[in-house]
Design a protein around this ligand. Sequence first.
Ligand code: TPP
Length: 640
Amino acid sequence: MLITPGKLLSEINGPDDIKKLDQAQLVQLCDELRQFIIDNVSVYGGHFGASLGVVELTVALHYVFKTPYDQLVWDVGHQAYGHKILTGRRDEFHTNRLYGGLSGFPKRKESEYDTFGVGHSSTSISAALGMAVASRYQNIEDKQHIAVIGDGALTGGMAFEGLNHAGVSDTNLLIVLNDNCMAIDPNVGAMKDYLTDITTSKAYNRLKDEAWNLLGKLSMFGKSAQEIASKVESGIKATLLSQSNLFESLNLRYFGPVDGHDVNHLVTVLNDLKNIKGPKILHCITVKGKGYGPSEKGNATTWHAPGTFDKITGEIHKKVFTNPQPPKYQDVFGHTLVELAKQNDKIIGITPAMPSGSSMNIMMKEMPERAIDVGIAEQHAVTFSAGLATQGLIPFCNIYSTFMQRAYDQVIHDVCIQNLPVNFCLDRAGFAGADGPTHHGAYDIAYFRCLPNMIVAAPMNESELRNLMYTAQLPRTERAFSIRYPRGQGVMADWRTPMEEIQIGSGRKIREGEELAILTIGHVGNYAVEVCERLAKLNIEVGHFDMRFAKPLDEQLLHEIFSQYKKILTVEDGSIQGGFGSAIIEFMADHNYHAEIRRLGIPDRIVEHGEQLELHKECGFDPDGIEQAVVAMLESVSKI
Ligand SMILES: Cc1ncc(C[n+]2csc(CCOP(=O)(O)OP(=O)(O)O)c2C)c(N)n1
């Protein structure tokens, strides 16, 4: 279904068309853009509140700046729907996040307006600064470089690293801070408090108003604008010394706070800032979900990415089932952690800004003193967990597989080298689905498996997840324990099974077979179950082993398997290179077994977005793909 854009929006095929509008028409364009986002997301789903919150900012930025010559970098990129729609992708926007359609995030190969690929947070300042330094190096003076970063993304370490560098860079860099007091969940930390203080401080705002009055005259003063700007700046600096403005002390000129929903004022301000050289920051106050009643007044976390909804009533569509459904793995994690924490007072939950996404919010609600949101700070989350572990506490640090990539050195340096018993729960392991390659949890088996003092486990179902978590909190003085599980539902409607210890490094036989055995790790084992049942109906008996651990491997079981089966198919929802299948091949080589072996998993290329099952199919490890692989192996004459 194609969504019809409003009258003005239907004429906008790129920023040049926006520039043809009278400034007085921008309010209407904003209204139409907002409505178009509401119309689309209500039908097709996707991120919502963040894009509504930056409608005015998006229009103003493209109106004032010469994009794509001027470089506009969005942080995270989940708020860039308006940007996509205004930069030539309006008529394709209904394919957003669908298999083969537009990406839900800015992507260099999708458009020249997408200057930098994003998905993970807190990269925009560094990327825009890199572009700005490149321009300076090439003596390009007129180019502007703009990073748009949210207050949530500003809690990430990279953002601070970027600010620290930007302050001494003498570049044409404008950082637009989109401050809505929210990450996905309410933003946390001292920085958030600081931004609130600076927004509400009376003394500061009086000074700011004076500064803006002066600044407002910049355009009239033409060439002497720079002089005025520097007077404004020194005025601000002098008074702010007592206020100690964080950004000013980092050598960034600070402007704002301004109302991020007043498009006309934003145009004036951005036009003025264009004439001020050097690194600077514009602090905009916005409301997440702005302009749509249910999201503006309702729960901003729910409206971050609500799924499809009735745009008239604001009712979010929920599938109705007659039978009890299996829970999401994340909810099994959340409830099980609380259950365990009630019995074991050493357990602490840690999440880097994903209380809802990881279901750590269940513990935050029930045991607020036991669960900690540290902001979008995966590196800190890991080292902080390591610190807790040194004192005998039992951290369960829950990080999406893809975001754990951020904290790799912390895992090695702070956890593994010191051999600390930290528990990592890696949510969204495997294909993440519609969020695409920036969010796929493809690499964790490979990147954890090579680390000494690391246990790498994956449950095949809810009960297994509970048992692994139970095992991870039992007294243990060493080794990190990682448990990966995918996005979405498990397989057991009746999942509150009694918990029991699993011997670390033990796999389990699911089914006995004849010539060929399928070795799986994690949830994809359920695909193998289905395939074995299908084949059994054709009188083909295939063995199936849920290995549970990629490290340590169940060597005893593997000796039995390699002695019995001559054909082995490994299946994992993770990278083939260096993953679980590779571990099996290494075992085979190390023990001089000779079997025909084939590996299914995520191939050595970037796999785009789509439904998880679509992606499994594309990579040949959906049930049909596995069945085909089995049949092909059984039909092939063994070369061994
Ligand atoms: C490294 C990393 N960790 C976590 C996330 C998940 N995430 C996506 S958006 C978001 C909140 C961003 O908040 P903010 O920058 O304030 O933008 P807003 O949604 O409020 O507009 C988070 C935590 C991410 N994208 N990247």
